[in-house]
Every structure is written in structure tokens, then in C-alpha cells.
Design a protein around this ligand. Structure first.
Ligand SMILES: CCCCC/C=C\C/C=C\CCCCCCCC(=O)SCCNC(=O)CCNC(=O)[C@H](O)C(C)(C)COP(=O)(O)OP(=O)(O)OC[C@H]1O[C@@H](n2cnc3c(N)ncnc32)[C@H](O)[C@@H]1OP(=O)(O)O
Ligand SMILES: CCCCCCCCCCCCCCCCCC(=O)OC[C@@H](O)COP(=O)(O)O
Length: 377
């Protein structure tokens, strides 16, 4: 193991990375609040500014994945579709199996220049996560409680608000609604059986309401659905802690571009279309399992330097004052101040660990563990 690799596993490095992320995140959240008076005056300008501010937060996680852990991202897709990525609005349908699938998704967004404006139908709980959840509020992310009767109105309204969005965006839908676990898979296949639907081996049964309502409300705004299937080489189950420790993974993403006008308008036909899509996704996963690759041509969308430059900017800005502060503390010789600072640092570390916990499947919700009730705990 090289010296750099050893360095990447050191707690001190992790603390510095988390410190930079948290402090820069709070500064950006504050700047986002400052844009509030601009919204009623020039909404499109406020949106564009927020896209850039949001980029400055999410690209730090992209830099962590691409530059710190060195994770490689390979794209399998048709060359004629590739030309359109980043140049149109699209709905992205992605499997939900991995703890870092959000970071991998963001990395592809970054490569095609839509990271700041990327959107998702996210569970409401994520809106309370400091930095990222607060940033999402300003990026007009669509939140749901995963209780359709309660969600219908707000989801439809939030989707309609996106119709005049001034930047190209990708709208991500994890139609399975929750991350894959063996228990959730078993229950969801019982539901499939009851509904007379074919069983899926690698996916949970998709929930159709969110997809249909998104297609309905973004018709005319979005031109295509990107059916995306993600896997990691060597059966790896990557984690955020692994990435933080500098572990290199290899992500393979298969994307099929499906023009939106080929998707049925009628709700039940649209639901049936989505079920068929997931049966095809299951076949792609089987193909990957058998051959170690997806069908389609391989392309590696080029790295862009902006995520790294943004990260280095924040490191330079925030690490020097931290060092000065710590030095002053040590020189002050006051036990009280040192104890208070240590307690504060410990509290921040616990807070960061809680945030990382939000990405862990073991600590995930109970949604989808019961076929009769949509229990969300
Ligand atoms: C190209 C690379 C990627 C680019 C990336 C682009 C952008 C990146 C942007 C951001 C990255 C950040 C990522 C953050 C990720 C966060 C993601 C999440 O938070 S996922 C969780 C929240 N999202 C969703 O749930 C979306 C999918 N869900 C839906 O759409 C749902 O329909 C809903 C709108 C949430 C409503 O759900 P609800 O459960 O209330 O209703 P449904 O009608 O859909 O479901 C009831 C239906 O399901 C049947 N049922 C019951 N139990 C089960 C079960 N266990 N499994 C399956 N089905 C079940 C039940 O019988 C009902 O059936 P029916 O309607 O026939 O009666
Ligand atoms: C350079 C930066 C380094 C900082 C290191 C620490 C960063 C901490 C970042 C916390 C990120 C919080 C955003 C989490 C997004 C997780 C998305 C996700 O995968 O949510 C799960 C839901 O979809 C489904 O939930 P379940 O029903 O499975 O339960």
C-alpha cells in the first residue's frame, strides 16, 4: 500500500474532509437563504444562482468519488443517444441497490454538465439532512412522504413548477421507492404474484404512481426517459465510508434513451409500460451477472476538472483558518477552552456520522417491508 493510500485511511484526513464539507455547506446554505428576496423579482436568475451554489456542494461528493477514491465510471450506451446527454431535459429511471448510487448518479450528471440542476423525487426525511437536504429546498427537489394520498397534490404542484426551469435538468426516479434488501424483495415479489406480474430477480416491484404522474406533468418539458441500470464490478457493495477511506470501485451504467412520446398517456397503460421496463432491466442485470458487462457500446465520458477545482478552493479557504484556530487554542493554555473545543469537535463528528448513516442500507426505512401497509419508519 502506497503512502497516499495509507494517508487516505487516516481519521485526521476524514475529519478535515468532513470539516470542509460541513463549513462550506453551511456557508452555501446561508448564501442560498440570501437569494430568497430575489425569487419574487427575478425567479429565473435566482434559480440559476442556486444551481451554481448547489453545484458547489454536490460536486464535493463527486470529487471525493472521482479524485479521492479514484472510482471509475463506465457508460454503456448507443452513440446516437450519447450526443444528446446533457442537451435535453430527461427523466432518469435508476435501480436502487447501492449506498453510493446517488454519488455515482451525480458523477454522471457532472460529466454531462447537469449536476447543479439535477432533480429527484426524494423521500421527505432527506429534506431535514443538514447541508444537502437544505440545499435541495432551493433546487426545487420534489419531496414525497411515500403515502400517495398525502403526496398527490404536492408532487404534482412541484413537478409543474419545473416546466419553465431555465437549465437542462435530469429528473431522477428510483421507482422501487426504497433500497433493495432480501426481505423487501421477498415481500415485493409476493405483491407481484398477487397482481399476476412476472417475478423480478434483481429489482423490487416498481411503484408506478410517481412515474406516471411525472411523465404526465413533464410531457412537453422533458424529451426522453433514460432507462439506467447501475452495477459495480466484482459484486462489490460500495459504501460512503469505503469511498472516504480511498477505496476504488468500478461503476458500470447502462443507459437506454427512450423518447417520451413513445410512453403511453393513459395511467394504467403507463403503469404496465413501467412494469415491462423493469422486466427488461432485470434481464440486463442477468446479462451483467453472466458476462460481467452490459449490452451496448462502451464510452467513458471524460472527467471535467471543475469538481476538483471547487473542492481545492474550499480546502484552501477553510483549512488555513482552522489550523490558526487550533494553534491559538493550544497556545492559550486554557484547559476549559481546550475541553470545550474537544466536545464541540466530538459533537460535529457524531453529526457527520449520523449524516453518513443516512446513506446506509442497514439503517434504512421499513418502507416496502409490509405488503398491506406502506409503513414508513
Ligand atoms: C444517469 C445517472 C443518474 C442521473 C442522476 C440524476 C439526478 C440525480 C439527482 C439527485 C441525486 C440524489 C439522489 C437522492 C436519492 C433519494 C431517493 C429517494 O429518496 S427514493 C424514495 C423516494 N422516492 C420514491 O419513492 C419514488 C418512487 N415511488 C413512487 O413513485 C411512488 O409511487 C410514490 C409517489 C412515492 C407513492 O408511493 P405509495 O407507496 O404511496 O403509492 P404507490 O401507489 O406507488 O404504491 C402502492 C401500490 O404498491 C403496492 N405495494 C404494496 N406493497 C408493496 C411492495 N412491498 N412492493 C411493491 N408494491 C407494493 C400496493 O399494492 C399498491 O398497489 P396498487 O396501486 O395496485 O393498489
Ligand atoms: C467531500 C464530502 C465528504 C463528506 C462526507 C460526509 C457526507 C455526508 C453526506 C450525507 C449525504 C446525505 C444525502 C443522502 C442521500 C442518500 C440517498 C438515499 O439513498 O436515500 C435513500 C432513499 O432513497 C431510500 O431510503 P430507504 O427507504 O431505503 O431507507
Amino acid at each position: 500500500m502506497g503512502i497516499l493510500q495509507v494517508l487516505k485511511t487516516q481519521l485526521l484526513c476524514h475529519l478535515i474532509i468532513c470539516y470542509v464539507f460541513l463549513v462550506s455547506g453551511f456557508i452555501i446554505n446561508l448564501l442560498q437563504i440570501c437569494t430568497l428576496p430575489l425569487w419574487p423579482i427575478n425567479k429565473q436568475l435566482a434559480r440559476k444562482i442556486n444551481c451554481r451554489l448547489g453545484y458547489s456542494i454536490s460536486s464535493q461528493l463527486v470529487a471525493l468519488l472521482e479524485w479521492w477514491s479514484g472510482t471509475e465510471c463506465t457508460l454503456y450506451t448507443a452513440p446516437e443517444s450519447y450526443k444528446l446527454y446533457g442537451k435535453e431535459n430527461a427523466i432518469v429511471v435508476l435501480n436502487h441497490n447501492f449506498e453510493i448510487d446517488f454519488m455515482t448518479g451525480w458523477t454522471f450528471c457532472e460529466r454531462f454538465g447537469v449536476l447543479g440542476s439535477s432533480k429527484v423525487l426524494a423521500k421527505k426525511e432527506l429534506s431535514f439532512v443538514p447541508v444537502i437536504g437544505w440545499m435541495w429546498y432551493f433546487l426545487e427537489i420534489v419531496f414525497c412522504k411515500r403515502q400517495w394520498e398525502e403526496d398527490r397534490k404536492t408532487v404534482v404542484q412541484s413537478l409543474r413548477n419545473l416546466r419553465d426551469y431555465p437549465e437542462n435538468f435530469w429528473f431522477l426516479l428510483h421507482c422501487e421507492g426504497t433500497r433493495f434488501t432480501e426481505k423487501k424483495h421477498k415481500i415485493s415479489m409476493e405483491v407481484a404474484e398477487k397482481k399476476g406480474l412476472p417475478k423480478l430477480k434483481y429489482h423490487l416491484l416498481p411503484r408506478t404512481k410517481g412515474f406516471c404522474v411525472t411523465v404526465q406533468n413533464l410531457r412537453g418539458t422533458v424529451t426522453a426517459v433514460y432507462d439506467s441500470t447501475l452495477n459495480f464490478r466484482n459484486n462489490e457493495m460500495p459504501t460512503l465510508l469505503g469511498v472516504l477511506n480511498g477505496k476504488k470501485y468500478h461503476a458500470d451504467l447502462y443507459v437506454r434513451r427512450i423518447p417520451l412520446d413513445t410512453i403511453p398517456e393513459d395511467e394504467s397503460e403507463c403503469a404496465a409500460w413501467l412494469h415491462k421496463l423493469y422486466q427488461e432491466k432485470d434481464e440486463f442485470q442477468e446479462h451483467y451477472r453472466q458476462t460481467g458487462r452490459f449490452p451496448g457500446a462502451i464510452t467513458s465520458p471524460p472527467h471535467r476538472p471543475w469538481a476538483l477545482l471547487n473542492w481545492l478552493f474550499w480546502v484552501c479557504l477553510l483549512v488555513y483558518p482552522l489550523c490558526m484556530l487550533l494553534l491559538q487554542l493550544l497556545l492559550s493554555g486554557s484547559t476549559f477552552t481546550v475541553v470545550c473545543t474537544s466536545v464541540f469537535c466530538l459533537a460535529v463528528s457524531v453529526g457527520m456520522r449520523w449524516m453518513i448513516g443516512q446513506t446506509e442500507i442497514d439503517k434504512g426505512s421499513n418502507y416496502g417491508r409490509d405488503q398491506d401497509k406502506n409503513t414508513v419508519i
